[in-house]
Design a protein around this ligand. Structure first.
Ligand code: AMP
Length: 255
């Protein structure tokens, strides 16, 4: 496995691999089994697997959230190698956003509802960095988690609207044995907070917004709503202490 820090490096490394299929798995690191499921899917399907490792400042609102984001590059690189990744693209912030950067992608409707309403500018940051990663890596396939269902919806829209030549694969949410969706943010929960956080998957499992809202009573709920994505999901965001958690389930259980 090779780690590339610059756009020019990763482009050069990809040049001899263009005859096969290239798969991209964008991540912000702090890898867990959810990320590993995306890497495994890419490994099974693609000749070359590229994982990007970039904590994207443009998709964070509060600076505290960005500064507190868990980072452990050494551990992430070991996990990526173990998962069979060929190339890691781990650029600096300046490499992606050089001084004077001023071009942004806004998926206007899908990017402004639900998460977008509570995190203004979040999906602008996500769409912009993903378009830049797609342009740099030029993947045939890109892999995302259904855990971030709105992110998938926003990126599918961007790919269609801009006629990008890649296919997006969305993979099911990986959960802990207790039902909590894996997230890099779960490590910030105290044991007591984690027990309270279990209300989130339990509430979503009802697949009914009213019953879900009742089960989330006592937590600070940003939203719990049916989201008009493909497939439609019951989506929620809650705050448990200082940790914000999002989760969703498809309305129709797929068998
Ligand atoms: P992140 O590093 O949080 O930006 O996530 C990178 C990718 O992993 C995104 O496509 C996420 O949707 C996906 N992901 C995060 N958590 C999970 C999970 N529990 N199950 C499946 N995919 C996930």
């Amino acid at each position: 496995m090779r780690t590339c820090r610059t756009i020019s490096d990763i482009r050069t490394a990809l040049e001899p691999r263009r005859s096969g299929t290239v798969g991209l798995v964008p991540t912000m690191g702090a890898l867990h089994a959810g990320h590993l499921s995306l890497l495994a899917a890419a490994r099974a399907e693609c000749t070359t697997v590229v994982m990007s490792l970039f904590v994207n400042p443009a998709q964070f609102g509060e600076p505290g959230d960005l500064n507190g984001y868990p980072r452990d590059e050494e551990r992430d690189l070991a996990a990526a190698a173990e998962a069979g990744v060929d190339l890691v693209f781990a650029p600096s912030v300046e490499e992606i956003y050089p001084p004077g950067f001023q071009t942004w992608v806004d998926v206007t409707e899908l990017g402004s509802m639900l998460e977008g309403e509570h995190r203004p500018g979040h999906f602008r940051g996500v769409a912009t960095v993903c378009l830049k990663l797609f342009t740099i890596v030029r993947p045939d396939l890109a892999y995302f988690g259904q855990k971030d269902a709105q992110q998938v919806a926003v990126l599918r829209q961007m790919i269609a609207d801009l006629a990008l030549e890649l296919e997006l694969r969305a993979l099911p949410t990986v959960r802990d044995i207790d039902g909590l969706a894996l997230s890099s943010r779960n490590g910030n929960l105290s044991p007591a907070e984690r027990r309270r956080a279990l209300a989130l998957p339990r509430a979503l499992a009802t697949r009914d917004p009213e019953r879900a809202r009742a089960l989330l009573d006592g937590l600070q709920v940003d939203y719990v709503e049916i989201a008009p994505f493909d497939p439609p999901v019951l989506a929620a965001a809650v705050r448990v202490g200082s940790t914000r958690l999002i989760d969703n389930v498809p309305i129709q259980e797929v068998s």
